[in-house]
Write a protein that binds this ligand. Structure first.
Ligand code: WTA
Length: 651
């Protein structure tokens, strides 16, 4: 962000320090305040993780905490059994039945509230409805829904009957939905006909129709009509189906700790998206424990994670973590600037939100919009703030701390991934000193280190992030592809001959002499746009599918609000007209195959792409061009002139 985005006066009010102690009023009530937890977890590893498991009420308690007999296919809390829906709903009924579980607000101001009793009733009716259409234990149910209360309700209903859910972010295209349904062999889909965004009802139904037309196997679909009643033909109407089962109680299915709870697809460097498999016992224990330790949640909190449930952040920290702890979780359907740019602060004030978790990209947008918006609301209910999804620059951190937290809330900068299930590197808010821009120490029990390319540990400096011990929330495999699981995550630094297994998250990082880790970003070909992970391979395959495109390279370039944005470099075919029409078709292809959130920032036509003498595209140079950075070494290029040429067009 350039300096003139902030007035001198606002800049002058940002704190100057490079580190901050947790505010005393926070420490006085925090769940963890004693730094001995780090040594305790280290000396008692892996048994320390029982502290997470005991946050839940298991049917059968595990007989082994960690099974390492088939590394790196670790198993956690083996022999234990539980039901995730029971943990998040039923067990709270005796003491918290009348308390709010979900506080939902629609973009148009509509409000819906669910106590734990209400949630129990809804989830049971939906579970019965799903069984009615044939869903059985272990059947994968795809859920393609925006931020409506029905989304977590369906997820919990799936968990209740032991059917793993496969939630696909509503902003994804029909192609993306179809690929995920095929890959997961999913024969059931729950979706909606449309949803609100900035006052407009977006069509969702035609995307669903297209997806269903292209999935090879038969699909039983349930559609929630927002333009009620649901008038479509073929699929079941959600309300009609569910209302028919109101009052039914469905016994929660007892699941083995290692049984699959859900799949979540995510992008990597190569090939199609990976179906990240999470299991019931380890995942749920881990998200409950991290929500308790890092978000400091208790049943008394009104907590808001302003993410979308269609991504892992929403799964772990809108749905499973907070509900497992009996907290009130706030959900908001729409855009943060609708009807005005104080929408979120108005909601924080209205619901007296005390813990707030969002992405740095949102914080950078708030900074841009100015301090008048938060200052016109009473935000004194807040006691803790968090960020996730991408690095946060120190100025944005300080702005958040000063103007949203009023310098009285700790800020936790949490590093983690779809694959890790929950938070991994961050300060504990009642214990650790905060350093703006740095996530902090690995959590107790998490053995994260920064290493060189050769795997030597770095004490103070830059390298690659690695994790040297398993943890309960970890992915168990890539769905249907154990080989890819090993190849993607356990090949770079592991030494199987020595029985040494090291997880590689594919992030660059640096560490300081206090052991604080700053995660710098992806070192693979993944672009992080507003906290959304996009594989450049998938983007390129959409672009080269357009008639008239001969070759393409897609890279991420830095962007002041989105963090990174998508830049497309295209060599057009000789007889094609490299102009706005083709540009439009390329943008359309990306939106069509992936989704509007992947929309390219720029499409640049070029007669050639920078290549090494062996013919490999030099992406790093294209990234430098897109980010307006000075160019690195171009001496290994076969065609050095082309870079200057491209740069001229981008500027
Ligand atoms: C990035 C989101 C720096 C990182 C939960 C990671 C971060 C990817 C941070 C995972 C952070 C996430 N600081 N970078 N605090 N948190 N990242 O799977 O590159 O959507 O690998 O999971 O986001 O993105 P994913």
């Amino acid at each position: 962000m350039s300096d003139d985005d902030m007035s001198d006066e606002i800049e002058a009010r940002l704190p100057e320090e490079d580190s901050f102690e947790p505010p005393e009023e926070f420490v006085d009530q925090a769940n963890y305040t004693d730094s001995s937890i780090y040594e305790r977890f280290e000396s008692d590893w892996p048994e320390c993780w029982e502290e997470a498991a005991t946050l839940l009420d298991w049917y059968d308690v595990h007989d082994q905490v960690l099974d390492t007999s088939d590394e790196p296919f670790y198993e956690w809390f083996t022999g234990g059994s539980l039901n995730a829906c029971y943990e998040c709903v039923d067990r709270h009924l005796p003491e918290r039945g009348d308390e709010l579980a979900i506080q939902w607000e629609g973009e148009n101001g509509e409000k819906r509230q669910f106590t734990y009793e209400d949630l129990h009733e809804e989830v049971n009716a939906v579970a019965a409805a799903l069984q009615d259409i044939g869903v059985g234990e272990d059947d994968v149910v795809s859920v393609y829904m925006p931020m409506l209360p029905e989304l977590p309700i369906v997820m919990l209903a799936c968990a209740r009957i032991g059917a793993p859910h496969n939630v696909v972010f509503a902003g994804f295209s029909s192609d993306a939905l179809a690929t995920r349904m095929e890959n997961s062999d999913s024969e059931y889909l729950v979706t909606v006909d449309g949803y609100l965004r900035r006052g407009e009802l977006l069509d969702h139904e035609s995307k669903v129709d297209d997806a269903l037309a292209s999935v090879e196997h038969d699909v039983e679909a349930v559609v929630l009509g927002r333009r009620e009643p649901w008038s479509g033909e073929g699929p079941h109407g959600y309300r009609e189906l569910v209302d028919g089962h109101r009052g039914t109680e469905v016994e929660p299915v007892e699941r083995d700790s290692e049984d699959m709870l859900f799949l979540m697809y995510t992008s990597g460097t190569t090939g199609t998206p990976k179906g990240v498999k999470h299991t019931t016992g380890g995942y749920l224990s881990y998200v409950a424990w991290t929500a308790h330790a890092v978000l400091d949640l208790t049943p008394e909190d009104t907590y808001w994670c302003a993410a979308d449930i269609g991504w892992i952040t929403g799964h772990s920290y809108i749905v499973y973590g907070p509900l497992a702890l009996g907290t009130t979780t706030v959900m908001y359907e729409g855009a943060p600037d609708h009807p005005d740019k104080d929408r979120l602060w108005e909601m924080v004030e209205r619901y007296m939100v005390d813990v707030f978790y969002t992405a740095p990209t949102a914080v950078r947008a708030f900074m841009k919009w100015g301090t008048d918006y938060p200052e016109s609301h009473d935000l004194s209910s807040l006691r803790l703030l968090g960020t996730v999804g991408e690095p946060i620059n120190p100025r944005a951190w300080k702005w958040y701390y000063r103007y949203i937290g009023g310098e009285s809330c700790p800020v936790v900068d949490t590093w983690w991934q779809t694959e890790t299930g929950g938070m991994m590197v961050t300060t504990l808010p009642g214990i650790g000193e905060m350093k703006p821009g740095s996530a902090g120490l690995p959590l107790p029990g998490i053995d994260a280190r920064v290493v060189t390319g050769e795997g030597e540990e770095v004490d103070d400096g830059a390298g690659y992030l690695t994790v040297h011990k398993p943890w309960p929330g970890m992915l168990r495999t890539v769905y249907g592809d154990d080989e890819r699981y090993i190849e993607e995550y356990w090949s770079e630094y592991s030494d199987p001959d020595e029985d040494e297994w090291i997880y590689f998250p594919e992030d660059g990082a640096k560490v300081d002499d206090d052991g604080y880790i700053t995660v710098l970003g992806r070192v693979d070909d993944v672009v992080n746009v507003s906290g959304h992970r996009l594989g450049t391979m998938e983007l390129e395959s959409a672009v080269v599918g357009v008639e008239g495109v001969a070759e393409a390279a897609v890279v991420g370039g830095s962007h002041d609000v989105k963090g990174e944005a998508v830049y497309v470099y295209v060599i057009a075919e000789e007889d094609a007209d490299a102009g706005d029409e083709l540009r439009g078709e390329i943008v359309e292809a990306v939106e069509g195959e992936i989704g509007p959130f992947a929309r390219p920032e720029e499409v640049v036509f070029t007669p050639d792409l920078p290549k090494t003498r062996s013919g490999k595209i030099m992406r790093r140079l294209l990234e430098d061009v897109a980010s307006g950075e000075p160019l690195g070494d171009t001496s290994t290029l076969r065609n050095p002139d082309v870079v200057e040429d491209i740069r001229g067009q981008v500027e």
